[in-house]
Design a protein around this ligand. Structure first.
Ligand SMILES: C[S@@+](CC[C@H](N)C(=O)[O-])C[C@H]1O[C@@H](n2cnc3c(N)ncnc32)[C@H](O)[C@@H]1O
Length: 323
């Protein structure tokens, strides 16, 4: 998954066609809707009234779902654009694509479990903080089970491919903190509704997982601080307790950071006394050469120079690369 629909170098219609390809096989409803939007003059005209970063398919579809109470179809979306463009624009301007997928924990856990515990975790671009709660979830790696601390939290099912170093137990996490431009609050019903609107129709397992992860997070909410990964990371890292391995990680975040700003962020992370795990589309962190992997997944990289694994964007599988 490449977070299609965000490329400023191509037209809005082309971005919608790219998103349709990304949704193919995962959400037939959004595959078809994005294809139809790419050829719909009235919706494209509406999108042209918004700033370029706000024209994203995922944002339009989630905002329409938020207002309609049900996933949009081409007829309901056209009607919304025609009859209530101001309300639709208001939601799209106020909200962001902040999909928080707890199952990504299952693809990062093998890398985390190799580090000396206890761990101090910082997630940049943490959204609601659901991907900070590694030790709360249980895991099922094709029959290899690991029990989490909250029996009512979801069990994350992830297919291991290649020599994945599956841990016997969860690492001890001494401290954790998220950083986000716009933290979502798991105790706020409206924020939770927005998170749910961001899940694609047809992905019912993701809705169930999200609901169970939110219920667990509500019992003991993670701290997600408001701030920019470009400027606020060193101050947050300074709060990590001594004696714990600091791990700075991110997943599905850097495409939202302007290409010219990614280099300064990488320099900042490299200057901090911690391990850096990046779980992003291939090419987002420059200078890494790996064999091609079909399916457009993420690449998990340690410290900017060691590719560890290809990972499914929604946590369904992990293909280990490192020896
Ligand atoms: C797609 S969500 C991913 C959330 C989470 N990492 C996950 O994997 O489920 C991307 C998040 O990055 C945040 N973000 C984007 N640019 C950021 C920046 N410059 N500083 C901090 N957070 C940022 C967004 O607000 C959003 O919550």
């Amino acid at each position: 998954m490449t977070l299609g629909g965000l490329d400023p170098a191509i037209s809005t219609a082309e971005n919608y066609r790219g998103f349709a390809r990304e949704a193919r096989g995962r959400s037939p409803a959004y595959d078809s809707l994005a294809t139809l939007v790419a050829g719909d003059d009235s919706i494209l005209r509406f999108l042209a009234t918004l700033p370029a970063p706000k024209r994203q398919p995922n944002l339009l579809f989630a905002a329409a779902r938020y207002l309609l109470g049900t996933p949009p179809e081409i007829t309901t979306l056209r009607a919304l654009v025609r009859e209530n463009p101001a309300a639709l624009a208001r939601v799209m301007l106020a909200r962001r694509t902040q999909t928080n997928e707890p199952a990504r924990c299952a693809t990062l856990l093998p890398a985390l479990a190799q580090l000396p515990a206890p761990l101090a975790l910082i997630e940049v671009g943490a959204s609601a903080g659901l991907t900070l709660l590694f030790d709360r979830y249980s895991y099922d790696y094709a029959g290899h089970h690991i029990a989490g601390s909250d029996p009512d939290a979801p069990t994350l099912r992830c297919a291991p491919r290649g020599p994945v170093p599956l841990p016997a137990r969860l690492p001890v996490i001494a401290w954790r903190a998220g950083l986000d431009l716009n933290p979502l609050d798991v105790t706020d019903d409206d924020d939770v509704r927005w998170l749910s609107c961001l899940v694609w129709p047809g992905e019912d397992d993701r809705q169930e997982r999200l609901a169970a992860a939110v219920a667990s997070a509500r019992r003991d909410p993670p701290a997600v601080h408001r701030g920019d990964l470009l400027t606020h990371l060193p101050a947050l890292a300074a709060q990590a307790p001594p004696g714990a391995t600091l791990v700075i990680f991110h997943s599905a975040v850097l495409p939202y950071v302007a290409p010219d700003d990614r280099g300064p962020f990488i320099d900042t992370v490299r200057g901090l006394p911690g391990v850096w795990l990046s779980n992003e589309a291939p090419g987002v962190v420059p200078g890494i050469s790996v064999p091609a992997c079909p399916g457009g997944p993420f690449l998990l990289i340690r410290d900017g120079d060691t590719p560890l694994a290809y990972t499914d964007g929604h946590g369904a599988w992990v293909r280990w690369l490192a020896g």
